[in-house]
Design a protein around this ligand. Structure first.
Ligand code: NAD
Length: 358
């Protein structure tokens, strides 16, 4: 049996079920949505959970996919969508990391059906209406409320197996969503509270698993943190940090979460004087002199990435990166400044600690 069930209501959010043991509520949630023909998508790491769901849901599951591919290439998703149409699927359920959720979103979009997400990492996609797909080797992303899951089920027990290095880097990636939401134009009290609480409990949860990776209390904090940071991402426009990471990811295929972890302290330092109030609040919840130092210290303490050089960034391409960023439109507290971006990239590359002047 699952633990006490918490259903949480937030604006622009799926219906959220959050509980230790919540996996046992899936059948009830399907009944609530009145769905009869299910496509179950799981990644390799979730095979045991998928087997359990298959046995619990019986004939309700008429199609299942047990392997996913990152960034949802069209040639991978198209045959699945075609089969889903043929089978008259009325609900996609995903269990796994952001790549499984991402595939579910594209099937939901292409087949005009509903999605239920059961995340097992801290990516946060299960709280957003952001989709991503790869066509002809080009990744595109967009926002469409049709891909926002109808229901998201969080069960901290499913994250116990997540390896330490993935946990800490994807934790810093999630914190980046909350930090940039705080200085986004749309920020309101609900987003601000979610973002600051998300950062606070992420910091605590990351320290908790650094002492004991099987600490279920820390794992629960981290998953709650991903929900709050994912909520922040969904309801706010991201700024220069995300623009830089999107550009670096696209140009050099750097690993997503470690790249976010390395860039974040220096993106925050870049914005410090233009979003002082918001970033001082981040510093406060991290008990640090500045947000930049607090984030860098947290990453260092828990062993998340602090250097772009270590993940293969070609520093000599910084002029090119800076030019791509300057040609794009984005919302950010501090306007684009070539020298500032070059310095930011230099610092994130070496992985030095932001000083008090930054
Ligand atoms: P992922 O889903 O690719 O998973 C990473 C690895 O961890 C995989 O090998 C997976 O099998 C394994 N794994 C997952 N859960 C596990 C568990 N509990 N125990 C052991 N192993 C486990 O990575 P991710 O970081 O979760 O997601 C990345 C993708 O999500 C990217 O494509 C990114 O662009 C996307 N994303 C989208 C949004 C959005 O709002 N649309 C938000 C964040 C990330």
């Amino acid at each position: 049996m699952g633990g006490r069930m918490n259903s949480i209501a937030m604006t622009n959010s799926p219906r959220v079920i959050f509980a230790i043991g919540a996996l046992s509520h899936v059948a009830d949630e399907i009944a609530l949505l009145n769905k009869k023909r299910i496509l179950l998508i799981s990644d390799e790491s979730a095979s045991t959970h998928a087997t359990r769901l298959l046995s619990e849901l019986g004939a309700l599951v008429v199609q299942s996919v047990t392997h996913v591919v990152m960034h949802v290439p069209d040639e991978f998703s198209a045959p699945i969508a075609e089969a889903a149409r043929r089978e008259q699927i009325d609900l996609v359920i995903t269990i796994g990391g952001g790549s499984a959720t991402g595939l579910g979103k594209i099937i939901a979009l292409d087949c005009a059906i509903d999605l239920m997400a059961i995340p097992t990492t801290y990516a946060g996609s299960e709280m957003t209406s952001i989709w991503g797909r790869t066509s002809n080797n080009q990744k595109t992303t967009g926002r469409n409320v049709a891909v926002l899951p109808k229901t998201t089920i969080y069960d901290p027990e499913l994250t116990l197996s997540l390896p330490y290095s993935i946990s800490v880097n994807s934790g810093m990636n999630a914190i980046a969503h909350a930090v940039e939401a705080l200085y986004a134009p749309e920020v309101n009290a609900e987003i601000k509270n979610a973002a600051l609480e998300g950062i606070t409990i992420f910091a605590s949860g990351l320290r908790g698993i650094s002492e004991n990776i099987n600490n279920l209390t820390a794992r629960t904090e981290l998953l709650r943190g991903s929900m709050l940071c994912g909520f922040s991402l969904n309801n706010a426009t991201m700024g220069i940090h995300h623009k830089i990471c999107h550009t670096l990811g696209g140009m050099f295929d750097l690993p997503h979460a470690p790249m976010h972890s390395a860039v974040l302290p220096w993106a925050v330092a870049y914005n410090q004087d233009f979003a002082t109030t918001q970033l001082n609040e981040v510093a406060e919840v991290l008990s640090a002199r500045s947000a930049a130092q607090g984030l860098w210290d947290l990453a260092k303490e828990v062993g998340a990435q602090t250097s772009l050089k270590e993940i293969g960034y070609p520093i000599e391409k910084s002029e090119e990166v800076s030019a791509v960023i300057s040609s794009a439109k984005y919302v950010n507290p501090r306007p684009y400044n070539h020298d500032g971006i070059m310095e930011l990239l230099r610092n994130a590359n070496t992985g030095s600690r932001p000083d008090d002047e930054s």
